[in-house]
Design a protein around this ligand. Structure first.
Ligand code: NDP
Length: 254
């Protein structure tokens, strides 16, 4: 068993991409993992099955975020899963699910698109945290998955980085508030990483070359690059780190 034995984690958007990598890594380290998904239940079940096959423990929780009642649905599913596993609380909360409407600069982004990104990327983590604070054990962890686009102006449009910037302020502010409970709150800034979210952009070799050229370590990010950093923040080794952001981008635009 790894260093998260006896811990319980919720990973939003844990069914695919970076979230799947985080879920698998935390489970490998010994945590019981709630693998959340929005609509793709099959992907969540596949992730939970992969965790079980590797000797870990997981259950799936479905809830579309960014719609009325989203937090109620998620918390109800989480509580059912926790109950089934004889667990009263969680230790690690990873806000990973995110929506990036690419190619929507300020000239064309609609109020509806703006609201949707805010609802999924900011409002859902905020109110999910609010609801789960009584269930998050003292000494716990909150880890918010942010983006390099809060540091480097991106061509995809301004809506998405704005939401991730808000998530970073949330991390910093909440870290102070939850310090007395020994709960750390940090953000992880992610650069271009191969997942479904970026598959279209990275299908163009010119985009791949451009992004590699911007990256000190000279390649596109891989899911384990991010998952390993999250596992560190979740571990006891990171007990004295709170209210900050770790840049896990391979050194983009240094
Ligand atoms: P993917 O699109 O590959 O996966 C997204 C995950 O989030 C899925 O599990 C999906 O579940 C879930 N999800 C998305 N929207 C919702 C919703 N409205 N309600 C519930 N669940 C939802 O994304 P990535 O793995 O690439 O991204 C993960 C995080 O990393 C995001 O926060 C993203 O902004 C951030 N990031 C990613 C970068 C990259 O290069 N990939 C760069 C910078 C940041 P389902 O399939 O069931 O809908």
């Amino acid at each position: 068993m790894g260093n998260l034995g006896g811990k319980v984690a919720l990973v939003t958007g844990g069914s695919r991409g970076i979230g799947r990598g985080i879920a698998e890594r935390l489970a490998r380290d010994g945590a019981l993992v709630a693998v959340h998904y929005g609509s793709n239940e099959a992907a969540a079940k596949e992730t939970a099955a992969a965790i079980a096959e590797a000797g870990g423990r997981a259950f799936v929780v479905g809830a579309e975020l960014g719609v009325p009642g989203d937090v109620d649905t998620l918390v109800a599913g989480l509580e059912a899963g926790l109950h089934a596993h004889g667990e009263p609380a969680i230790d690690i909360l990873v806000h990973n699910a995110g929506l990036n409407l690419m190619g929507r600069p300020i000239e064309v982004l609609t109020p509806e698109e703006f609201d949707r990104m805010v609802a999924v990327n900011v409002k859902a983590p905020f109110f999910l945290t609010q609801r789960l604070l009584p269930r998050l054990r003292d000494g716990g962890r909150i880890i918010n998955i942010s983006s390099v686009s809060t540091r480097v102006a991106s061509a995809h449009g301004i809506g998405y980085p704005l939401t991730k910037g808000a998530l970073e302020v949330f991390s910093h502010t909440l870290a102070k508030h939850l310090g007395p409970r020994g709960i750390t709150v940090n953000a992880v800034s992610v650069g271009y990483t191969r997942t479904d979210m970026t598959s279209e952009v990275l299908a163009d070799p010119a985009n791949v070359e451009r992004n590699i050229g911007l990256t000190a370590l000279g390649r596109i990010g891989r899911v384990p690059d991010i998952a390993d950093a999250v596992a560190f923040l979740a571990s006891d080794d990171a007990r004295w780190i709170t209210g900050t952001k770790i840049d896990v981008t391979g050194g983009v635009n240094l």
